[in-house]
Design a protein. Structure first.
Length: 401
């Protein structure tokens, strides 16, 4: 019997339990791998109330502590390290502690277990830490870039270049992310392997009359999903709704949390659309699936953050919407055009263009034949290119070679 290929996964974001929404795309990569061929161990920072050790779908999850008491761990609360460290002073001071703890626990794992591959998610710090395994233990290193890590932290460009120079393979989630990687080091061995969508969870069959009834049967329900941060562009969406709500019975439902929530609520109040904009907070995947399938239109108004340069590496929520049979209006931003082809799988508009966004929303709501066409094309495209089974097979091939 052949020995399993053992993979050590390093990540700074990971679901805090089996039902958690946060960074679920990381978990899904490994859920769909062949259990008989691969043995997966995930090493991630601990979160308050999370288990230090558990098994999820045959995946061994080890969470290392980085602050005492554990209830004050601020970098793993769902916003990501980059944004948490900018909005919370304690989180900022915890960053070097987390990095130091991750180095120690990674080194320990490589000493006590025989791994064949180290798969690091995000360039900094995981990509750098993974190079320890390459230089000291002779392990193959795969680094997956998700977007925020290559667009942000521009002062660390030299460290990113080192990671790209010495990793064996770099995977990216879109053409836009690949371009940014090659701008830093043009000889990077880079491959596009996007994040996928769980077609068993997100489906047109998840439509819920009860969910829809909550927001009024006669209303057009517009859905937006994502962290409430600058690059998601929700400010421009709310301003677009202010142009449309008197003409159409609209309810904009925003799913997600983040540092800009109070600002976005204030914008809604200032524009007199408080009754038309609903902030739901975070939803578990099953509830989110009902939200997608029961809505009329999905909108991703993403932008490039003028302060950090951060933009969408891919936007997995767009894929979830397409898989749920929902027409999509989105910004021509970052990696979004890899999934949304204008007039084929949705409508694309320029970033921050409130007038164009308003017109695109109005067009999609009023043109039934357009909605049918983009929904049909979107379903076919996401099922053939973004099914997690397809994506995981691509990673399996990388681990084998």
């Amino acid at each position: 019997m052949n020995r399993k290929i053992k993979v050590l996964v390093l990540t700074s974001s990971f679901p805090r339990n089996n039902l958690d929404w946060w960074a679920r795309f990381i978990l899904n990569i490994y859920r769909f791998l062949s259990k008989s061929t691969f043995g997966i161990t995930v090493l991630a920072p601990h979160s308050p109330k999370a288990k230090f050790k558990e098994t999820i779908d045959s995946i061994l999850v080890l969470r290392f502590p980085y602050f005492l008491p554990f209830s004050l761990e601020k970098l793993t609360t769902g916003s990501g390290i980059l944004h948490s460290s900018k909005t919370n002073m304690l989180a900022f001071f915890q960053v070097p502690i987390l990095v130091g703890c991750e180095v120690i626990f990674t080194f320990y794992q490589l000493l006590i277990r025989r791994y064949d591959v180290i798969h690091a998610h995000w360039i900094i710090p995981q990509g750098l830490i993974a190079l320890i395994g390459k230089f000291f233990f002779g392990k193959k290193v795969i680094v997956t870039v998700h977007g925020t890590d290559v667009y942000g932290l521009k002062s660390l460009r030299i460290l990113k270049r080192i990671v790209f120079m010495f990793c064996d393979v770099c995977t990216v989630n879109s053409r836009a992310t690949m371009k940014s990687v090659l701008d830093i080091y043009d000889k990077t061995n880079v491959k596009i392997i996007p994040m996928g969508v769980d077609l068993a969870v997100f489906s047109p069959l998840k439509k819920s009359k009860a969910w829809r009834k909550t927001f009024g049967q006669q209303n057009f329900i517009l859905l937006a999903v994502g962290r409430l941060i600058e690059c998601k562009g929700f400010e421009y969406l709310i301003k677009s709704i202010a142009r449309l709500y008197k003409k159409y019975p609209i309810k904009l439902v925003i799913v997600g949390s983040g540092s800009l929530e109070s600002k976005l609520r204030q914008i809604s109040e200032d524009l007199s659309v408080v009754e038309n904009v609903i902030f739901l907070g975070n939803l578990r995947h099953e509830s989110l699936a009902h939200a997608y399938a029961s809505s009329d239109l999905f909108i991703a108004p993403s932008i490039t953050d003028p302060h950090t340069g951060e933009t969408e590496g891919q936007n997995v929520a767009v894929l979830e919407a397409l898989a749920s049979g929902l027409p999509v209006v989105a910004s021509d931003s970052g990696g979004i055009p890899d999934a949304i082809k204008d007039l084929e799988t949705g409508l694309l508009v320029n970033e921050k263009d409130i007038e164009s966004l308003s017109k695109a929303i109005e067009r999609m709501l009023s043109d039934k034949s357009l909605r049918k066409r983009v929904v049909k094309n979107g379903l076919e495209m996401v099922r053939s290119k973004f099914d997690w089974k397809v994506i995981s097979t691509a990673f399996e091939n990388l681990y084998r070679t």
